[in-house]
Design a protein around this ligand. Structure first.
Ligand SMILES: [Zn+2]
Ligand SMILES: [Zn+2]
Length: 257
């Protein structure tokens, strides 16, 4: 698999970190993990084949994770690059994603489903495996963040595995969910002294990494509280047993089994 980080930040405006979006190339096609308001712009800036995107997975309904969905589909509806497209675009999400999509659509009666290609919206249930892309398995797990928020575990045909927590409070079962994956992507909103229980701070993320024993880990979803912090110095104090990578907008990673 190959990952491109579109946005490593949050809703808070930041000069180098935009809202959530992760472009993942798998054995069965491409999937965009979360689609924040900056994701359509960021896909174009990274010169990714957005007109051929196969699937989108939305973790939860905070705007920094789904606020780009409607504008992206308003764009694909009229873009020259989608004129020849016939293959469907699948949009996966937790229970409520269909209603959310329809509410976005109703704001201006955009007709977001009336595209040159089929748009299929599929609601997935916690811990029930589904086919994310041909030959690529997905399974989601509930996280303590919002009523609908989920993490996702992806396995492609080469048995390469990835877990993305998206936004979450501290939740020990995430370590088992991400057990021995090739890349464990965790939110790490704050370096320390997090202001609430709905996100992770560094010590909690590092604890989950130590328990999960992934091949590599990547931290992301950084609030500006990280700006004055040396990422590498902070990570070293935890003496991790695997590489722990700092997500940055535009970072590309190849993930092998
Ligand atoms: Zn959130
Ligand atoms: Zn968020």
């Amino acid at each position: 698999m190959k990952l491109t980080v579109l946005g490593s930040g949050t809703n808070v405006p930041h000069p180098r970190r935009s809202t959530s979006g992760y472009w993942l190339e798998t054995s069965g096609g491409s999937v965009l993990l979360d689609c924040g308001p900056a994701a359509p712009l960021r896909m174009a800036q990274e010169d990714l084949p957005w007109a051929e995107l196969d699937a989108i997975w939305i973790s939860h309904f905070h705007l920094d994770h789904c606020g780009g969905l409607a504008s992206f589909l308003a764009g694909t509806k009229y873009a020259a690059k989608t004129r020849q497209r016939t293959k469907p675009l699948k949009i996966f999400g937790p229970s409520g994603i269909t209603e959310l999509f329809e509410r976005f659509d109703a704001i201006y009666n955009y007709g977001l489903r009336e595209q040159r290609f089929p748009v299929r919206i599929l609601e997935t249930a916690s811990l029930e495996p589904f086919e994310l892309l041909p030959g690529v398995r997905g399974v989601t797990a509930k996280t303590p963040h919002t009523p609908e928020s989920h993490a996702i575990h992806i396995t492609d045909a080469s048995e390469t595995t990835l877990v993305y927590t998206s936004d979450t409070g501290f939740h020990e079962p995430l370590a088992a969910f991400a057990r021995a994956v090739d890349l464990f992507i965790l939110e790490c909103s704050f370096p320390k002294d997090k202001p609430g229980e709905k996100h992770l701070e560094l010590a909690e993320a590092m604890y989950l990494i130590r328990k999960a024993e992934p091949k590599r880990a990547m931290l992301t979803h950084f609030y500006p509280e990280w700006d004055e912090v040396s990422f590498g110095d902070e990570i070293r104090t935890f003496d991790p047993r695997c590489d722990v990578i700092e997500a940055t907008d535009g970072l590309e990673l190849t993930i092998d089994a």
